[in-house]
Design a protein around this ligand. Structure first.
Ligand SMILES: Cc1cc2nc3c(=O)[nH]c(=O)nc-3n(C[C@H](O)[C@H](O)[C@H](O)COP(=O)(O)OP(=O)(O)OC[C@H]3O[C@@H](n4cnc5c(N)ncnc54)[C@H](O)[C@@H]3O)c2cc1C
Length: 322
C-alpha cells in the first residue's frame, strides 16, 4: 500500500533551490500529520556531498541518484530515473517545486505514472489520507481547491510561498541505482544570462517596470532594488520593447513570482501580468493613472509620476540606513 511523502529536491550546480527546502518543510508537515515518513530525492552528478543537507529540513531518508548522465537536466533522463524511484518507493504523496524544471518534470512524470497533478499549489492540506491542494486558476482570478485521487498524489508547489522550517533529523542517505534509459535530447550549449542576479522566482523583493518606464533606462528602479536588496522584474510590454531581457518578464508568459514585496512601477496591471505576481505578500503600485487596474490588487498605491516617487523613496531609505 502506498505510504509516506516523497519530495524531489531540485539542485542546480550543486546548490539546492530554495523551493527544495520549502517542499521538504511542507512534506515534513504532511508526513507528521499522516504519521508516515519523509523521503528526499536528489538527482545529479557529483552531488552525494550535498545530499545530507536535506536532513536539516526533516527528511528521514535521502535517496541519491548520482550519475554523469544526470549532470545536465534533461526531461527524459530525470523522468526515467524519478519514475523508477517512485515505483520502488510507492509514496502516498509526491511533491516537487514548480520551478521551470519542476513544471517540466512533474508533467512528464505524472503522464508516465498515470497520476493527477496539481500545479503551482499555494497551500496543501489533508482530508483524511487525501491531499487537497489550493491553486490559482484563470490567471489568478480564483483559488481552486483540488482533490487528487489515486496514488501517488502529486503536487508541484509554487516557489516562495510555503515556509521553510528546519527540523534536524539523523537521516539515512542511500545511493540508488540509476538507469537514465533512452534520452532523446542532449545539452549542446549553456548560456547563463545573469549569473549574479537573484532568480526572480526566489527573490524576496522585486521592483518591476512596465511601459511607463518610457525606455530602456531602468536605473531609478535598479537603485531602489539595490537599497532594498531586491531584483528587477518587467512587464511584457517592457520586454517586447527590448528594454529588458525575457528572463525578467513577470506574468502568464513569463515568470510566476511570490516575493514578500512587489513594487510595480508604470505597470497597468493587465490580467496576464497579475497572473504572475498576484500571490506576492505585499504589492505596491506606482502609476500616474488613478484608474489603472493594478490599484485593485495593490496593498499600497501611489498615484504619481514614478520618476518623482521612486528616487524619493530610494533617498529616504538610504537616509534611514545611514
Ligand atoms: C497571451 C498573452 C500573454 C501575455 N503575457 C504577459 C505576461 O506574461 N506579462 C505581462 O506583463 N503581460 C503579458 N501580456 C500583455 C498584457 O496584456 C499587457 O499588455 C501588458 O502587461 C501591459 O504592460 P504594461 O502594464 O507595462 O503597459 P501598459 O498597459 O501600457 O501600462 C503602462 C502604465 O504605465 C503608466 N505610466 C506611464 N507613464 C508613467 C509614469 N511616468 N509614472 C507612473 N506611471 C506611468 C500608465 O498609466 C499605464 O498604466 C500578455 C498578453 C497576452 C495576450
Amino acid at each position: 500500500m502506498a505510504q509516506g511523502v516523497l519530495v524531489f529536491a531540485e539542485q542546480i550546480d550543486g546548490s539546492f533551490r530554495k523551493v527544495a527546502y520549502e517542499s521538504l518543510s511542507e512534506g515534513r508537515r504532511l508526513a507528521d500529520a499522516l504519521g508516515e515518513t519523509l523521503t528526499g530525492v536528489v538527482l545529479g552528478s557529483g552531488i552525494e556531498e550535498i545530499a545530507g543537507e536535506l536532513a536539516k529540513y526533516g527528511a528521514d531518508t535521502i535517496l541519491v541518484g548520482d550519475d554523469p548522465g544526470l549532470a545536465d537536466y534533461t526531461t527524459d533522463a530525470y523522468t526515467n530515473v524519478l519514475f523508477d524511484i517512485v515505483k520502488d518507493n510507492d509514496p502516498r504523496i509526491l511533491l516537487l517545486g514548480a520551478s521551470s524544471r519542476g513544471k517540466d518534470l512533474s508533467a512528464r512524470l505524472t503522464a508516465r505514472l498515470g497520476s493527477g497533478l496539481a500545479m503551482e499549489c499555494t497551500s496543501l492540506r489533508l482530508d483524511g489520507d487525501n491531499l487537497i491542494a489550493t491553486r490559482p486558476m484563470f490567471g489568478g482570478k480564483i483559488l481552486a481547491e483540488v482533490a487528487l485521487g489515486g496514488t501517488p498524489q502529486v503536487a508541484a508547489i509554487r516557489p516562495n510561498v510555503m515556509e521553510i522550517i528546519e527540523v534536524a533529523k539523523a537521516a539515512d542517505v542511500e545511493r540508488v541505482a540509476v538507469n537514465t534509459g533512452v534520452v532523446k535530447t542532449r545539452v549542446v550549449e549553456k548560456r547563463i544570462e545573469t549569473a549574479s542576479k537573484v532568480d526572480l522566482t526566489e527573490a524576496d523583493v522585486i521592483v518591476s517596470g512596465g511601459r511607463g518606464m518610457g525606455g530602456p533606462d531602468f536605473s531609478v528602479l535598479e537603485e531602489l532594488a539595490e537599497v532594498l536588496g531586491g531584483t528587477i522584474g518587467a512587464s511584457r510590454s517592457a520586454v517586447d520593447e527590448g528594454w529588458r531581457p525575457h528572463s525578467d518578464q513577470v506574468g502568464q508568459t513569463g515568470k510566476v513570482v511570490s516575493p514578500n514585496l512587489y513594487i510595480a512601477c508604470g505597470i497597468s496591471g493587465a490580467i496576464q501580468h497579475l497572473a504572475g505576481m498576484g500571490t506576492s505578500k505585499c504589492i505596491v503600485a506606482i502609476n500616474k493613472d488613478p484608474e489603472a487596474p493594478i490599484f485593485k490588487r495593490a496593498d499600497y498605491g501611489i498615484v504619481e509620476d514614478l520618476f518623482k516617487v521612486v528616487p524619493a523613496i530610494t533617498a529616504e531609505l538610504k537616509k534611514q540606513k545611514d
